[in-house]
Write a protein that binds this ligand. Structure first.
Ligand code: ARG
Length: 445
C-alpha cells in the first residue's frame, strides 16, 4: 500500500517501483524509526493535536511492532516502499484509525533525517568502543616492548633504531585522534530534525524541543529547510571513517612487509592468515591485505556521496536516498576492520631477535656517531662529513661502524676515544633519545 496513492490514477511501473524502493536497505532503521514515531506521537498527544488515548494506542501499537520484529514474528517486507511506509501501514493494520494520525505534522523527509541521525549516533558509539578495544591492544604492546629494538625507516630505508613501543605508539596517536574526531562529529550531529516537516515546518503547534530532549538530542535544529537537506553529518562521519581506514591500511601495509619472507619481523597467526590453492608452502596475510584493500571502498563511499550532494538544490531530493547504502557500507566495513586489526595484532608474534639484529645493520647508528663527535666539540656539519667517510670505509670493508678499531676511527678524527663504543651501541642509541616523544624507554613510559 502506498502512502501517497490518492493523487494517482495510473498504475506505476513495476520497474520504477523497484527502482524507487529503499526498503531493502533502509529496513535496518526500523528501531530508530519506531522510537522516533513513538516520541512524535506522545508529543502530538501532549500538545493536544491528537488525543491522549490515541497517542497511547499508537505507542502500544508501535511497541508491539518493535517487539514482533525483534522476536522474528514480523518480517519487514510485503512490498512497502521504505521502512517508514512499512511501519505506518503495519500500525494502522493493528490499531485502525488512530494509526492514520501518526504522520500529523511530519514528513518522511524529516523522519528519515531523524532515523539516520539516530542510527549514525549509535554507530559512532559502537565505533568508539571498537577503537578503544584496538587502543587497548596497542597499549599492551607499548607497555611490553620499551626495549624491543627495531629499525625505523624513512623512504623504506633503514634510518635510525627505535623500539616496538615507539612504533606502536605512533599508531596509538592516530587512533586517538580518530576517537576525538568521532566525538567532535557526534556533537555537531546531535540536533534533532524532527518537526521540520517536508521542509517548511508545520501549522500544528509541535513542541520540537520536547521531542529533541526525549530522543537525547541537545536541541532541535534551527532551520527547517536545512534540517531535511543536510547530510553533512554523514559526510563528516564517512570522512572520519576514511581516515581511520587509512590508518588501518598503513598499519596493514607494515604488517604485510614485516610478515614477508625477507623481513620476518612478525608472524601473523594462522587464525588471520590464508593458504594458497596451488602452493602448499604459502601462508598469506590476507586479513591485513583486505583491510588495506577495503580502504579504497570506504573512500569510494565518501566520494560517491560528496558527488551526489554537490548539485542538489534545496530542499529534499530523492537523490539523497543514495546516502544510505554508501554510509552503511562505510560503517560496516570500518567496524569489522577495526575489530579484526585488534585481534590480528593481539595474536601476532614479534620475532624480537630478528628485529634487534636488523636494527643493528645498515648503519642505523651513523647519526649517533655524528652526535658523539658533536659532544667532543666538532660542529655537526663537519661531523656529518666525517661519519659519511667512515660509512664509506665500512662499506668497503663490509663491516659495521662499531666494528672499526679505535685506530681506524682516529685516522678520520682525533677527537674519537674509547668511549665511542658505548655511545653508539643499540641500547645507547635508543636510550639516549630522551626528547619529548622520542623512543628512549623513559620517555616512552
Ligand atoms: N526513502 C526516502 C529516503 O531515504 C525517505 C524520504 C522520502 N521522501 C520523499 N519525499 N520521497 O530518502
Amino acid at each position: 500500500m502506498k502512502l501517497w496513492g490518492g493523487r494517482f490514477k495510473g498504475e506505476s511501473s513495476k520497474l520504477a517501483e523497484e527502482f524507487n524502493a529503499s526498503l531493502g536497505f533502509d529496513k535496518r532503521l526500523y528501531r530508530q524509526d519506531i522510537q522516533g514515531s513513538i516520541v512524535h506521537a506522545l508529543m502530538l498527544g501532549r500538545q493536544g493535536i491528537i488525543s491522549g488515548e490515541e497517542a497511547e494506542a499508537i505507542r502500544e501499537g508501535l511497541s508491539g511492532i518493535l517487539r514482533d520484529i525483534e522476536e522474528g514474528k514480523l518480517e519487514i517486507g510485503g512490498g512497502a516502499e521504505d521502512i517508514h511506509s512499512f511501519v505506518e501501514t503495519e500500525l494502522t493494520k493493528r490499531i485502525g484509525e488512530a494509526g492514520k494520525k501518526l504522520h500529523t505534522g511530519r514528513s518522511r523527509n524529516d523522519q528519515v533525517a531523524l532515523d539516520m541521525k539516530m542510527y549514525v549516533r549509535e554507530d559512532m558509539d559502537g565505533m568508539a568502543e571498537a577503537l578503544s578495544g584496538l587502543l587497548a591492544v596497542l597499549d599492551r604492546l607499548i607497555a611490553g616492548n620499551r626495549k624491543t629494538y627495531m629499525p625505523g625507516f624513512t623512504h623504506l630505508q633503514k634510518a635510525q633504531p627505535t623500539t616496538l613501543s615507539h612504533h606502536m605508539g605512533a599508531y596509538r596517536e592516530m587512533f586517538r585522534r580518530d576517537l576525538s574526531r568521532l566525538s567532535d562529529a557526534r556533537k555537531r550531529l546531535n540536533e534533532c530534525p524532527l518537526g521540520a516537516g517536508a521542509f517548511a515546518g508545520t501549522t500544528f503547534p509541535l513542541d520540537r524541543e520536547w521531542t529533541a530532549a526525549e530522543l537525547e538530542f541537545d536541541k532541535a535544529t534551527e532551520n527547517s529547510m536545512d534540517s531535511v537537506s543536510d547530510r553533512d553529518y554523514l559526510l563528516e562521519y564517512m570522512f572520519v571513517l576514511s581516515l581511520t581506514a587509512m590508518h588501518l591500511s598503513r598499519l596493514s601495509e607494515e604488517i604485510i612487509i614485516w610478515n614477508s619472507n625477507e623481513y620476518r619481523f612478525v608472524t601473523v597467526s594462522d587464525a588471520y592468515s590464508t593458504g594458497s590453492s596451488i602452493m602448499p608452502q604459502k601462508k598469506n596475510p590476507d586479513v591485513a591485505e583486505l583491510i588495506r584493500g577495503k580502504t579504497g571502498r570506504v573512500y569510494g563511499d565518501l566520494l560517491g556521496l560528496l558527488v551526489t550532494m554537490k548539485g542538489l538544490p534545496l530542499a529534499y531530493n530523492k537523490d539523497m536516498q543514495e546516502d544510505k547504502e554508501a554510509a552503511f557500507d562505510a560503517m560496516d566495513t570500518v567496524h569489522s576492520c577495526v575489530v579484526l586489526m585488534g585481534r590480528m595484532l593481539d595474536t601476532m608474534t614479534f620475532n624480537t631477535e630478528r628485529m634487534r639484529e636488523s636494527a643493528k645493520l645498515g648503519f642505523t647508528n651513523a647519526t649517533d656517531v655524528a652526535d658523539y663527535l658533536v659532544g667532543k666539540g666538532v660542529p655537526f656539519r663537519t661531523a656529518h662529513g666525517i661519519v659519511g667517510e667512515l660509512v664509506l670505509k665500512c662499506e668497503e670493508k663490509g663491516c659495521a661502524l662499531e666494528d672499526l678499531s679505535l685506530e681506524e676511527f682516529r685516522s678520520y678524527c682525533g677527537a674519537i676515544d674509547e668511549d665511542i663504543y658505548d655511545a653508539i651501541s643499540l641500547e645507547a642509541c635508543v636510550g639516549r633519545r630522551k626528547t619529548k616523544g622520542a623512543p628512549g624507554a623513559e620517555e616512552t613510559e
